[in-house]
Design a protein around this ligand. Sequence first.
Ligand SMILES: Cc1ncc(COP(=O)(O)O)c(C=O)c1O
Ligand SMILES: N[C@@H](CCCC[NH3+])C(=O)O
Length: 436
Amino acid sequence: MNEQISDQQINAAGHLTIGGCDAVDLAHRFGTPLVVYDVQQIRNQIRAFKQVFEENSVDYAVSYASKAFSAIAMYQVVAAEGAHVDVVSGGELYTAIKAGFPMANVSFHGNNKSREELEMAIDHHVGTIMIDNFHEIELLADVLEEHDAHVDVMLRITPGISAHTNKYIQTGQVDSKFGFDLQSGQADEALTKVLENPRMQMKGLHAHIGSQIFELAGFEGVAKKLVEVAAHWQEKFNYQAAVINVGGGFGIRYVKDDTPLAPEEFVAAIIKAIKTEIKETNLAMPAIWIEPGRSIAGPAGYNLYTVGSRKDVPGLKPYVTVDGGMGDNIRPALYEAQYETVLANNPRAELVEHVRVAGKYCESGDILSQNQALPATKPGDVLAMLDTGAYGYSMASNYNRNPRPAVVFAEKGTAQVVIKRETYDDLIHLDEPYQQ
Ligand SMILES: Cc1ncc(COP(=O)(O)O)c(C=O)c1O
Ligand SMILES: N[C@@H](CCCC[NH3+])C(=O)O
């Protein structure tokens, strides 16, 4: 029996529900593979983060890292909940613009923003540019001059902290492609350049140590480090940081063995660490910004699949194959990420076997789960993979020319398509015949 499914999520028919909608009905109505978000859960997590700051009387911004899942509908929900967003590309920015997201609450990240992307940000009055490197300082200075514009900026520093997580998703260690190095004096040099430029308003400093982190120490360490840098900048440059942004990375539970604190508990510890450190300095308490992506989008998302073929070989774990796979969720193949999967039409059914949930892609590594306990299944059954809302659809591909799934938002018993399923015509839409 899966502990991630509460009794309230099972309806009278014994089916899994998502946002009050029957998951089997959703699969039949919209087809599979299908990505479904429980919108209330997105709202609840944003509210939980905001509440921690409010209870601690700290000026703050909860800035949803939209790389976890970007869609017009998602920006609308985040805006309605009064959170900010961070974007990392012209495409995410464009989507936020089309959603009518308040541009003052957008932060633009990225370690190689192009001139066109920076121009787009300046033209649309993006709130904050998160400067990552010296090339960007020059490029932004040029764009601001040409557009006769001003903008708030923050400097991303590399805090020199190796977070305890998969090495592919660590970002804060000294040897990282992101941000200004501290020890070699690059961060100081970057600050000098920004302070010299009257078109850049230096708002504060940022660091992000990685993703899917379970341990408090990394977050407390980054909080402490950022205050140290802020104190050093005040002493050396007489510069007062108005904002300290500690990034995101709060780990979530995917499988039974994952036992993270609740995401908002990480944030409470960060606030405490910053408050404690600030007392050791003459700094005024800055605003604290966080950038959670996974913890807002992840637990709210479900991938629904229909069971098709099956392969049994004596002595080997069976393969139960579904109609999606690495094209809609690359994380198991890329990071050996693990998920829980349940039978949507009877999540409480007795578990009778351990199987591999295989995808339909032409790749041996396309296994969504290596060891999933399941009840008896047959072709046509609907499986629901849990906690797929972050970095699932957002990293989806058209490998094997499979169309990407539809995305549905479910709330209070109503379901709406927020991203249509791709069609075969969508797949060839950009193709041009070769004139040979
Ligand atoms: C700068 C920055 N902020 C926030 C995030 C969001 O991280 P997560 O989804 O783990 O909360 C990332 C991704 O790791 C990031 O690079
Ligand atoms: N895409 C990664 C996280 C990277 C976060 C972005 N810096 C994942 O699925 O876990």
